[in-house]
Design a protein around this ligand. Sequence first.
Ligand SMILES: Nc1nc2c(ncn2[C@@H]2O[C@H](COP(=O)(O)OP(=O)(O)OP(=O)(O)O)[C@@H](O)[C@H]2O)c(=O)[nH]1
Ligand SMILES: C=C(OP(=O)(O)O)C(=O)O
Length: 213
Amino acid sequence: MPSPSSPLDWVVVAPVKRLDRAKTRLSGRPAPERRSLALAFAVDTVRAALACERVRSVVVASDDAEVRSAVSGLGARWVPDIEGAGLNELVEAVAAQLRLEQPDVALAALVADLPALRSDELRRALEAGGEVARGFVADAAGTGTTLLTARPGSDLGPRFGPRSRAAHAASGAVALEPGPAPGLRRDVDTEVDLWDAGRLGLGPATAALVHGD
Ligand SMILES: Nc1nc2c(ncn2[C@@H]2O[C@H](COP(=O)(O)OP(=O)(O)OP(=O)(O)O)[C@@H](O)[C@H]2O)c(=O)[nH]1
Ligand SMILES: C=C(OP(=O)(O)O)C(=O)O
């Protein structure tokens, strides 16, 4: 067991929808473009999480073969989606399995549509998460959640979805204050979100699509 003062190592669960069903709010774009963007968002999110010094491993929950192949290439592990389950049931089930495998692990659930995520933002958020039983980071809009944390001994208790910030707070999770973390909070659902992520600085996969880098 780590001593109380040593920072925890985290396992990050990142759910990724099947690409043909993802990012429906980017509806002004043809389906192949939406698909490529959804994949690029996930790749940039997972790459930044894997580069975070507090992250022991990243587990991507997805039924999409292209997603699985891309994130495996980065060094993440993947597990299948659960047929008919919603996002919260899926995260809960993957977290329970991880706790069986590694009982002392600290767990985090990270949405995989954060193309401007920086590893140092995630590190500060996870360090703040290590101070409380359950914590969350609100999204840029202030209504949703991008990161949910649970120290060893606590369950994630995910309540992602509409108004998840309020739902996580009402469930007893603490709002984490990791300092400036605009990329961690900038989930991309709409064209305006994508523009804002571009202003912050896109990860390489998304930048290649948006700017042709
Ligand atoms: N594996 C899996 N991931 C999911 C599921 N629902 C949502 N996600 C992921 O959870 C994160 C947050 O979801 P949303 O922001 O709603 O993303 P989205 O569903 O692609 O976008 P919209 O179609 O605009 O709602 C993204 O990384 C999604 O890929 C699900 O049922 N299974
Ligand atoms: C799932 C969530 O994301 P979004 O609101 O972007 O769908 C959430 O904020 O809980």
